[in-house]
Design a protein around this ligand. Sequence first.
Ligand code: GRF
Length: 226
Amino acid sequence: MSAEARQGTLRIGVLASGRGSNLQAIVDAVASGAVQAVIAVVISNKQEAQALERARRRGIADVFLDSKPFASQPDRREAYDRAVLDVLKKHQVDLVVLAGFMRIVTPVLIAAYPNRMMNIHPSLLPAFPGLDVQQKALDWGVKIAGCTVHFVTEGVDEGPIIIQAAVPVLEGDTAESLSARILAEEHRIYPKAVQLFAEGRLKVNGRQVSISGAEQAGPGVLLNPA
Ligand code: GRF
């Protein structure tokens, strides 16, 4: 029986604004069976997002949701998120996966998906939240960089940490070379986090996410899970 045909299979909605390589990693992991879920819909605020093209190629519903029509409303961010929520509900999404979604999500979405919305960030949070973080890591002179999958809460890049992976910063690294090294780890840990969620193995207690059955899980952190 295909994953789609199975009853009760986790339904994922992916929000992405650009390249969509993390989306692709999850699509591939679903296709290989490493992630037992269905990608129900991919939503983007950018019509030209490669993520939408990647979805179309795999026959996944793709939705471009323009923010411009909402621009004149006083609560334009919330209004936009209500539109996103409508699409997520229409596709019966259980888990929202932010994959390079370049908008700050409002409580409209966060309250609808408490501990059911994940984000990936290319730093070892709580170091370097925000944008251009690989360059910031280089500027700071850190020796270890990495990436973090976390649940989404109202504070940007502040939610409970699910998985982190570390990479070395090498002599002569540029933002591009460091980003590429981190991205390879993103593609490994994001599908892993989604599968842990699908298996019901993530328990959130305050800031801590415990992972049942994980071998060397400290509170909220599983380093380099296989
Ligand atoms: C990744 O570096 C991710 O960590 C950050 O945005 C980038 C998205 O890349 N949130 P892609 O669109 O998944 O290729």
